[in-house]
Design a protein around this ligand. Structure first.
Ligand SMILES: Nc1ncnc2c1ncn2[C@@H]1O[C@H](COP(=O)(O)OP(=O)(O)OP(=O)(O)O)[C@@H](O)[C@H]1O
Ligand SMILES: [Mg+2]
Length: 315
C-alpha cells in the first residue's frame, strides 16, 4: 500500500555544511502492517516520515501510495491522498495550538475534511470513546492536559479522517512505562478495528520488536537492516542492530547471549551527521568487527535470506 524508492533529503546548514538526513531509503508497507523505523537520535527517522507525507519535499526518490506515485502530484491533487495518510508528531505538547480548546482543534480538522458540524460532533464523540478519554476534555486547553492525554488526543486527531496509513513519530516519548503500554494497546486495537497500516518511529528497540511486524534499522540516513520482528529477535545480523539490542534494557537479550557470541552494547559517540562519510560503511568507525573493506566501500542492502535485508560486508 506504500512504497518508498531511493528517497533522499540533504539539508545545507547556514555554515554551508551538508547533512544527509535521508540518503537513499527504499521499503514498502503492506496493508494492515506495522513497520517500525528504529535508530539513534538524528539518524533521519522524523525526516523520513515528513518526506513520505510531503510535509517536506524530497531531493530525489519516489513515494507510491495505493499504487500511485504521489511525489509528482500538485498540492491540490495531493490533498485527498493526505486525508488517507496521517502523522502523529513527535512532541504532543507542541502539536496542539495553545490558543484553541481541544474540542475546537478537533472540529477544525473535521471542517478541513468537509464534514458537517453534526457529523463532526458524532465522530469526535465516538473517537474519544475509542481512545478512552472523557468528552469533558474537549473544553480544556492543551496546557491543562497530561502528556498521556495529549498523546491520545494527537492520535485521535490523526485518525479522524479514517486514514489507511498512520505515521506515528515517537508516540511514546516522555511517557511513563504504564502509559506507554496503554498507548501501544490503543494503537494495536485501532490498527485492528480500522485496518490501518502504520509506520511506527522509535528509538526504543524493545518496543519496536514487541509491537511491529517488520523493522527497518536506520543509521545516518540509511537502512542498515530490514527484517521481520520475529527474525530480528532470533537472528539480528547487522553489528549495529545487535549493539542496539544489547543496549536495550531487558532480560531476555542477556539470556539470549548466554553461550553465544556476546554482543557488546553500543559504544562510541552518536555519529555527527555533519561529518560526511563519503566512502565506506557509515557504521565502520564504531563497529567492533570492521575490516579494511568496510572503510573503503559502502556495502549494499542485500537480501541474505527470504525477507531479511542487511547492509554489511560480513553478512
Ligand atoms: N530542517 C532542517 N534543517 C537542517 N537539518 C535538519 C533539519 N531537519 C533535520 N535536520 C537534521 O537531519 C538529521 C536527521 O534529523 P531527524 O529529525 O530526522 O532525526 P531523528 O532520527 O528523528 O532524531 P530524533 O530521534 O532525535 O527525533 C539530524 O542531523 C538533524 O539535525
Ligand atoms: Mg525524530
Amino acid at each position: 500500500m506504500l512504497k518508498v524508492e531511493d528517497l533522499k533529503k540533504y539539508f545545507t546548514l547556514s555554515n554551508g555544511l551538508q547533512i544527509r538526513a535521508v540518503d537513499g531509503v527504499s521499503f514498502h508497507v503492506r496493508e494492515n502492517e506495522i513497520l517500525g523505523i528504529v535508530g539513534e537520535s538524528g539518524c533521519g527517522k522524523s525526516t523520513l516520515g515528513r518526506l513520505i507525507l510531503r510535509l517536506i519535499e524530497p531531493d530525489a526518490g519516489q513515494v507510491y501510495f495505493g499504487g500511485e506515485e504521489i511525489t509528482c502530484l500538485s498540492r491540490n491533487a495531493l490533498r485527498p491522498k493526505r486525508r488517507k495518510m496521517q502523522m502523529v508528531f513527535q512532541n504532543p505538547f507542541s502539536s496542539f495550538n495553545p490558543k484553541i480548546r481541544i474540542g475546537g482543534a478537533l472540529m477544525e480538522v473535521c471542517r478541513y475534511y468537509g464534514m458537517s458540524v453534526p457529523e463532526s460532533r458524532e465522530k469526535i464523540e465516538l473517537l474519544l470513546r475509542d481512545i478512552g478519554l472523557s468528552s469533558d476534555l474537549l473544553n480544556r486547553w492543551s496546557r491543562e492536559l497530561s502528556g498521556g492525554q495529549l498523546q491520545r488526543l494527537a492520535i485521535a486527531r490523526a485518525i479522524i479522517a479514517d486514514p489507511s496509513l498512520l505515521i506515528a513519530d515517537e508516540p511514546l516519548s516522555a511517557l511513563d512505562v504504564s502509559v506507554q503500554a496503554q498507548l501501544l494497546n490503543l494503537l494495536d486495537e485501532l490498527r485492528g478495528s480500522r485496518s490501518m497500516s502504520m509506520i511506527f518511529i522509535s528509538h526504543d528497540m524493545t518496543v519496536v520488536e514487541y509491537f511491529c511486524d517488520r523493522v527497518a534499522v536506520m543509521y545516518l540516513g540509511r537502512i542498515m537492516e530490514l527484517v521481520s520482528a520475529a527474525e530480528l529477535s532470533r537472528n539480528a545480523l547487522h553489528p549495529y542492530t545487535r549493539s542496539l539490542r544489547a543496549s536495550a534494557p531487558r532480560l531476555d537479550v542477556f539470556k539470549d547471549s548466554i553461550g553465544k557470541e556476546k554482543t557488546a552494547p553500543i559504544k562510541g559517540e552518536t555519529p555527527n551527521p555533519q561529518v560526511l562519510i563519503t566512502k565506506g560503511c557509515p557504521f565502520a568507525p564504531r563497529c567492533q568487527q570492521a575490516q579494511p573493506l568496510c572503510i573503503e566501500a559502502l556495502p549494499q542492502l542485500r537480501e541474505v535470506s527470504h525477507g531479511h535485508w542487511v547492509r554489511c560486508h560480513r553478512s
